[in-house]
Design a protein around this ligand. Structure first.
Ligand code: ASP
Ligand code: MG
Length: 407
């Protein structure tokens, strides 16, 4: 007998027939003698609808009330799945975040899970019932409902798996695994059998939408074996997240991610003296702007230089406002911004040992006439900023250049 956590995304629970189908998949595991906890998302489209209500009523909402509203979608699906299981003779009960409790930080709308005392879950499983858990939500200080940020039910699932010491966490979604790149823009993308935690972490944080980044961090910390597989074709194989050591053939590049949620800001002719970076990034940090890539030019005369950085596109207006307010203290001559940029990243643990990987990227993009405006690297990834209109072209060209195309 094993302990298994299963997670079903929005498309897997989009209507009653699909919820019945999920109940059958859960029944299969129960029939094998396993103890099962199931984490569910809201029906697809539901969370967007709730966010829409909030924005229409109160664009400058109180994030605590935002959480109360958006957590509602998961309450519906966890109750419905418990009912669907009961209807086919599988004893089950629903749990909202606070009932477990899934304790989180007070960062409403993007709270982090701090602890999941396992007693209530364990008692439910020990009594022979399936625990059906509302994903995405938890409870913060003052007993307020909190949510984990969009896509957060992946994180709920992996954290629940860690808390119950599950042997496996199966993430059921609408694709049959993790692909070398987004199959919607590159038809030659391939499903990976395995991917190292470190690579998946980069893929997720650099734009691949399969898993919420935080869920991969928790899986890596607690060594939870995670599988990504399709609800509609569960036998198709899936992708296993595993330790680096379990991957035999370490290719230089295993995946290509992209993000359109980028904007670029340049400050021209800033004074080139100590403290200038602090003068720029201090006000941005205070405004809660997530700065990502940064380049500063060498100044020609030792007096003035230019600095460019990127931030999420949605944060651009706030970033510009913060910089304009800090203009006297910074002393730039001009500020420009561009919201039509995108970040393309190549990722692979093999990069540590293969030389020349970045060069292949730069050559491939130049052959397509694509200009690179900012570059950043880490041990296992290289990211470049390009004009958004070239995203598809760049991804396909790089996918071929690194020999990732399906034969
Ligand atoms: N329902 C939430 C969302 O749409 C959480 C999730 O699906 O993971 O973001
Ligand atoms: Mg998701």
């Amino acid at each position: 007998m094993a302990k298994i956590a299963m997670k079903f995304g929005g498309t897997s629970v989009a209507d009653l027939d699909r919820i019945r189908n999920v109940a059958q998949l859960v029944k299969k595991e129960v029939d094998r003698g396993h103890q099962v906890a199931v984490v569910v998302s809201a029906m697809s489209g539901e969370t967007n609808k709730l966010v829409g209500y909030i924005n229409a009523l109160s664009p400058h909402y109180d994030p605590r009330e935002y959480d109360t509203v958006v957590a509602a979608g998961e309450q519906v699906t966890c109750g419905l799945l418990a009912l669907a299981l009961g209807a086919i003779g599988i004893p089950a009960r629903s749990f909202l975040g606070w009932q477990i409790p899934i304790q989180t930080s007070a960062m409403h709308a993007s709270a982090r899970i701090e602890d999941i005392p396992p007693e209530n879950l364990d008692a439910c499983l020990a009594s022979g019932k399936v625990a059906v858990v509302a994903g995405f939500q938890g409870v913060a200080e003052d007993n307020r409902v909190s949510t984990l940020g969009r896509g957060g039910s992946d994180t709920s699932a992996v954290a629940v798996a860690a808390a119950m010491k599950a042997d496996r966490c199966d993430i059921y979604t609408d694709v049959d695994g993790v692909y070398t790149t987004d199959p919607r823009i590159a038809s030659k993308a391939r499903r990976m059998e395995k991917i190292a935690f470190e690579e998946m972490l980069e893929m997720a944080s650099l734009g691949a939408k399969v898993l919420q980044t935080r869920s991969v961090e928790i899986a890596m910390q607690h060594r939870v074996p995670v599988r990504v597989l399709s609800t509609f074709d569960p036998d198709a194989g899936g992708t296993l997240l595993c330790d680096e050591e379990d991957i035999v053939e370490k290719k230089p590049v295993t995946g290509i991610a992209y993000s359109r949620d980028e904007a670029k800001i340049s400050l021209m002719k800033i004074p080139d003296h100590p403290g200038i970076a602090a003068a720029i990034f201090g006000p941005l940090a205070n405004a809660g702007i997530n700065v990502d890539m940064i380049v500063q030019n060498i100044s020609e005369d030792g007096k003035r230089t230019d600095l460019t950085f990127t931030c999420p596109r949605t944060e651009l207006p706030r970033a510009l406002k913060a910089l304009e307010e800090a203009a006297p203290a910074i002393g730039y001559r001009e500020i420009t911004s561009d919201a039509n940029v995108a970040k393309i990243s190549i990722i692979g643990i093999g990069m540590r040992t293969h030389p020349g990987v970045a060069q292949t990227m730069f050559r491939t993009l130049s052959e397509k006439g694509i200009n690179i405006s900012v570059i950043s690297t880490s041990e296992i990834k290289v990211s470049v900023l390009i004009a958004e209109e070239y995203v598809e072209l760049a991804v396909r060209a790089l996918h071929s250049a690194y020999e990732l195309d399906v034969a």
